[in-house]
Design a protein around this ligand. Sequence first.
Ligand SMILES: Cc1ncc(COP(=O)(O)O)c(C=O)c1O
Length: 366
Amino acid sequence: MQDVTRTSPEPQPGILDISPYVAGKSHADGANEVTKLSSNENPLGPSPAAKNAVREAAETLELYPSSDHAGLRAAIARVHGLDAARIICGAGSDEVIAFLCNAYAGPGTEVIHTEHGFAMYRISALAAGATPVEVPEKARTLDAEAILAAVTPSTRLVFLANPNNPTGTMVASEVLEALAAALPETCLLVIDSAYSEYVEGYDGGAALVDAHPNVVMTRTFSKIYGLGALRIGWGYASAEIIDVLNRIRGPFNVSAPALVAAEAAVEDQGYVIRCRQANAQWRGWMVQEFRALGLSVDEPFANFVVPRFASREQAEACEAHLRSHGILVRLVAGYNLPEALRITVGDEIACRKVVSLIGEFLKQTS
Ligand SMILES: Cc1ncc(COP(=O)(O)O)c(C=O)c1O
């Protein structure tokens, strides 16, 4: 491989500090059939209405998509009771996270994320030339006091996910309310609600956005809506922040199939409820089974379960055992959780298979 540091132009400061994002595995050597429980995808797939919308969109692929995303923003606003003018759509919520860093952070500024926070916060902060600051959590759960203690006059953004990935833990809205109230006005609090639909009755932080001009909520269609392949997410913030973000957004950043699929998906809340109920049923069952096997598991709030093993070596050996049987789960050492595995809640067959294989692994190795 070419030595890029000697033969290519120098990239901007911070870029070479980025460790490229490692996605959940999708192949297992030697296995004909693979069950992918490594990327928190919806085992039931998207709403049939969303699939039909993509089929229809295939008839007009020569046309550029809408630039203002008015149809999707109106649908989201209707379903969630929000102001459509204060919504921005992105190619996944990843893109909204990048917009926030590019617009509000930069050289000489700091971006806070938590100890077990989603990797794209650090990557997007470094890409913008800012300094990421990692703040400890308390027993794998957000620690608002530690966040406030890390804030300096240079802090521009605080990223947190609620529920969090990859811990699956969650804090009450009051904790976020107190954090938002205590942060300086110059610092944006970004509540990443990629998994909020898995929590019945939770607004994902929308009310906090309405109450505080420096709070932003991000959401995705990649998780409960089952549209990860299309890359579509959104953000909700004050009119001023949305205006800033739109200035750096590409005119056609979201594809037409993604826009119509997301619109159909958000209108089909009955399907979302069925997905949430199935997830809760099998998630609860997995937690109970893992605990019965003697593994420690925090109460999960999203669509994955995170059993902790006796050691990093045991977690890695278990991951390899599952992989040898065609089941892919996520090692999370890169998220400061070396002794844990993150396992997406699959369908009934997948859940039963993963539990039985882990039981078999523990028996063989004890
Ligand atoms: C906490 C969190 N935020 C954001 C994302 C990004 O989602 P997307 O870019 O697919 O909308 C993910 C994806 O795994 C996530 O786990």
